[in-house]
Design a protein around this ligand. Structure first.
Ligand SMILES: Nc1ncnc2c1ncn2[C@@H]1O[C@H](COP(=O)(O)OP(=O)(O)OP(=O)(O)O)[C@@H](O)[C@H]1O
Length: 693
């Protein structure tokens, strides 16, 4: 078949598909607004269908694979799109959903005569692939068609053309879905078994966040009978990042998944019994001035994140539990006594799986039931005697200790025990804070853990948890989250090379993975970076020098761009230089998003003030910012993590800005750039960039 006739055939098929989808949309009719429950349910189903059809209407499909099932199957074209659609009035599929088992061929097949395979509910299916075709459809028109594989003509394969085209595009203020260009290594993670704690170490720009979001869409599709969006949760580092990723799931047809930060979630779980200290103060402490390796090592956040501290917490909970069962008899009347042994027996044997405070309450109720039945059996009817017995009961039960999570946590930092076990400064600081009803981020994991041990979870357990930027999490934090699931089903992703919050995070993945058994945990690595050009990745890799934590350097996708420039500027000309570069980039009109990345918030304020003062429209990113607007932004490097920009200007890569301990910070800054990276420096250039030429 000639290219022209293939193109015409696909154009015709596209027009017919769109017509079919439009006719199905029209047939849905208006929404139901009445009170009838059954009608309301039917309306919800119709609405879901309408949303799926609308997604399909925008771009019905992006791929086609011609498959001949073995043995004896017919050759049939499968069209793959974001939403599966059947032909109107029939069961025949017009488009298959990208998450369907057969669609995995489209992502995993990279050429060759050997049969391709996929797992179906009835077992492994294998067959020959005759054609793999990519489409680009915009506003209902077929704008591009590329055959990346034609059986018998492999030399003509243009495997990555579509990917390169996508990667070369500019980005706006939101992360996008990648269903049409998911790579094999990413697809394996997306479709991995649900019942695992899946750890992903991925270099900057390897698609970790994107892949995790696609994985959720896949899990909801594949395990529709067992997993619900309302019982899934995504933890991201801050609210601005949440806003940045907020477009992906709706575009994949997924709603209702809770997306939050660990701090916001924890404070809510603790029923706002504490207020969170201002996180910008913590940021300012660690990032606005230089800190030493010793200071980082001795940070209270690290100490509180360890399993050793968790053991202390466990001991404290156990001691509390031990003190619950009274050691003296309860005697509501003369010659009527309930022995401590009996109470112990009830406690130990009857309430096995309950949480601590529930057991406490059940014991109190049991004692009450005991004395009421005893009074009945003895025929005590005298109101005065009964009232006296009740008073004794109330006094007795009152003495059974009771704790809130905050009280129990606070008790860890008080008294002789604390003096022996807790570093003095940490005890003093934490106690003072808790007295004012304030908790720091580092207190939240232990508080949540204690709360869950004492009171349990008053919501359904999570079917799946996603943790982004997990290198900043502590083992204790993960343990606390583990209490919210019956069996581990998590996607835990991060990059040790971007572990800029060393005062709280991990240095090796084993610190988190060791919390699970071998069967429960799985580890994947993503080493290809899709975000940045080869020039940018190679430049950024040099900053890190030797990789720590057993991590391999990022491998760029073959996409070449402008060379990275480092330029010295005089102090007196520094701001004007930034102004000139930004103007030049803006005038060129080649970039949609530009960022000037500063070392500190203070520096960013200064740059922002200067630019705005000279009529340049720019926004300043600050901690606790709820959204990211795109365009030109000035952002402190430690808040730029997770974001990306078409062009990045590192405002000052001087030695006084980035010292030897700041390699990861500078790496994060540089790897935010897609197409263009430039660095200014004042005075000496940072030694992290090697010898100044
Ligand atoms: N298969 C792909 N096809 C097209 N684009 C991709 C693909 N994989 C990743 N990308 C793009 O690469 C960029 C980086 O993705 P993402 O932000 O998910 O990476 P990350 O690993 O979380 O990055 P970082 O750790 O640096 O924050 C995004 O623009 C994303 O759309």
């Amino acid at each position: 078949m000639t290219v022209q006739s293939a193109y015409q055939e696909e154009k015709d098929r596209l027009a017919a598909s769109i017509q079919d989808i439009e006719s199905q949309l029209r047939a849905i009719g208006p929404r139901y607004t009445g009170d009838d429950f059954t009608e309301q349910m039917l309306d919800l189903q119709r609405e879901e269908r309408r949303q799926r059809l609308e997604i399909a209407h925008r771009e019905p499909y992006f791929g086609r694979i011609d498959f001949e099932e073995l043995p004896n199957g017919n050759q049939m074209p499968l069209y793959i799109g974001k939403a599966g659609v059947a032909k109107q009035g029939s069961n025949e599929l017009l488009v298959i959903d990208w998450r369907a088992p057969a669609a995995s061929l489209f992502y995993s097949f990279t050429g060759g005569e050997a049969p391709g395979t996929f797992d179906s509910p009835d077992g492994e299916v294998s067959g020959y692939i005759h054609l793999k075709r990519n489409f680009m459809i915009r506003q209902g028109e077929l704008v591009r068609l590329v055959d990346s594989y034609v059986r018998g003509q492999e030399e003509e394969a243009v495997t990555d053309e579509f990917l390169l085209y996508r990667l070369g595009e500019n980005k706006d203020n939101k992360l996008r879905d990648i269903v049409s260009t998911i790579q094999g290594e990413q697809d394996r993670i997306i479709r991995a078994d649900r019942a695992k704690a899946l750890f992903i170490q991925g270099v900057a720009g390897s698609g970790k966040t994107t892949v995790a979001l696609h994985r959720l869409a896949f899990l909801l599709y594949q395990y529709a009978d067992r997993m619900r969006a309302e019982r899934m949760i995504i933890f991201a580092p801050n609210r601005m990042f949440l806003d940045y990723i907020s477009g992906v799931l709706p575009e994949l047809g997924v709603g209702d998944i809770q997306q939050t930060t660990f701090s916001d979630w924890a404070v809510e779980l603790l029923e706002h019994s504490v207020r969170l200290s201002d996180p910008s103060e913590t940021m300012a402490y660690w990032f606005e001035e230089r800190r030493t390796a010793e200071e980082i090592e001795a940070a209270s956040g690290r100490w509180k994140g360890t399993m050793a501290f968790k053991a202390m917490v466990d001991e404290r909970i156990a001691a509390f539990e031990q003190s619950i069962v009274p050691t003296v008899p309860f005697s509501p009347l003369d010659r009527l006594e309930l022995s401590p042994e009996q109470m112990r027996e009830w406690y130990d044997t009857d309430y096995g799986e309950e949480t601590v405070m529930k057991k406490r309450d059940r014991l109190a109720n049991r004692i009450r039931r005991w004395f009421e039945s005893e009074l009945k059996m003895r025929g005590v009817a005298d109101k005065k005697i009964r009232a006296k017995a009740l008073t004794k009961f109330n006094a007795f039960v009152k003495k059974i200790p009771s704790f809130t999570a905050v009280q129990l946590y606070a008790s860890l930092f008080q008294g002789k025990q604390a003096a022996a076990a807790v570093p003095k400064a940490i005890a003093a600081e934490t106690s003072a804070r808790l007295k004012q009803g304030i908790a720091a981020a580092e207190d939240l994991a232990p508080l949540v853990y204690i709360h869950l041990q004492l009171y349990g979870l008053d919501k359904p357990a999570f079917d799946h948890i996603v943790i982004d930027e997990a290198q900043d999490y502590s083992p204790f934090q993960l343990e606390a989250l583990g209490l919210c699931q019956r069996t581990p089903s998590m996607t835990v992703l991060g990059d040790l090379q971007q572990g800029i919050h060393a005062y709280t995070g991990i240095q090796r993945w084993s610190e988190l993975m060791d919390l699970f058994t071998e069967e429960q945990a799985a580890f994947h690595e993503l080493n290809r970076s899709y975000r940045s050009t080869m020039e940018i990745i190679e430049f950024a890799n040099l900053i890190l020098g030797e990789m720590s934590g057993g991590v391999k350097p990022a491998v760029p996708v073959f996409r070449s761009g402008d060379p990275v420039e480092t330029v010295r500027t005089e102090e007196s000309d520094w701001l004007a230089s930034i102004d000139r570069t930004v103007r030049e980039w803006k005038t060129k009109g080649a970039y949609e998003t530009i960022s000037v990345i500063g070392r500190t918030a203070l520096e960013c304020e200064q740059i922002h003030g200067y630019l705005v003062g000279r009529g340049i429209e720019a926004s300043l990113v600050q901690s606790r910012q709820p959204s990211y607007g795109g365009g030109l932004t000035v952002v402190p490097v430690y808040l730029s993590k997770g974001l990306e920009f078409d062009a990045v200007l590192i405002a000052d890569a001087g030695e006084s800005a980035y010292g030897p301990l700041d390699a990861k910070l500078l790496y994060v800054g540089c790897t935010r750039a897609l197409h263009m990276l430039k660095l200014y420096y004042r005075g000496e250039r940072t030694s992290l960039l090697g010898e100044d030429a």
